[in-house]
Design a protein around this ligand. Sequence first.
Ligand code: AP5
Length: 216
Amino acid sequence: MRLVLLGAPGGGKGTQAKKLIDKYGIPQISTGDILRAAVAAGTPLGKEAKSYMDKGELVPDSVVIGLVKERIAQDDCKKGYILDGFPRNTAQAEALDKVLVGMGAPLDTALLIDVDKDVLMKRLTGRRTCRNCQQMYNIYFSPPKKEGVCDKCGGELFQRDDDKEETIRRRLDVYDAQTSPLINYYKERRILNSVQGVGNIDEIFKNVCAILESKS
Ligand code: AP5
């Protein structure tokens, strides 16, 4: 299964991707996670990426496309993968198509997780992530049992640098201007599906799986 998850920041792409990994045993490729790891490690790539991420802007295509090309060529992607946060604009989508045609393994599905704008701000300002196991929480919707501590592994919970109101606003504008045109891009290629992303996380996941299973 070669899947792209589409949707606005805070729509629940990462949350659903983690559940898909457990169910289907295929890797999640999150360009955001790869970039944040590079920032944390202080690599030259991380230093370059940080200046864009802190402003809520997209990191240059040349950087991100190279990362994804390398990642999908790895052995664990042979059975499929979940692209989360990539592609982010038409240039990235076209570059991806070209690589996948070259590999003889085009995308199966682009799945839009559709959420109204008004809930996104609360989801993003409330998000907390475990430094150790990456489990996600939300202080408003799904808080940990003990504040600041991961229920699963006891790790420390942190707030992402770009989950500040001002940066979130810019990320949402960038989504509207640059990423939302991909909905039509994949509609025209007849691989777009969409799921309502508001409500119980497990219910949404059931709907996601029903769509994916109807395609296989
Ligand atoms: P990235 O890391 O990709 O962030 P994003 O797209 O902004 O998406 P998020 O991770 O914020 O949201 P999500 O949809 O995964 O939601 P989540 O499941 O976490 O990108 C960050 C930055 O990196 C970009 O701004 C850019 O600078 C750079 N970058 C990344 N990729 C790039 C690319 N391809 N090109 C260029 N630059 C790139 O959920 C959010 C919260 O809501 C959580 O607290 C969760 O618990 C909660 N939640 C989820 N579902 C529900 C529900 N149903 N009900 C209640 N709460 C819920």
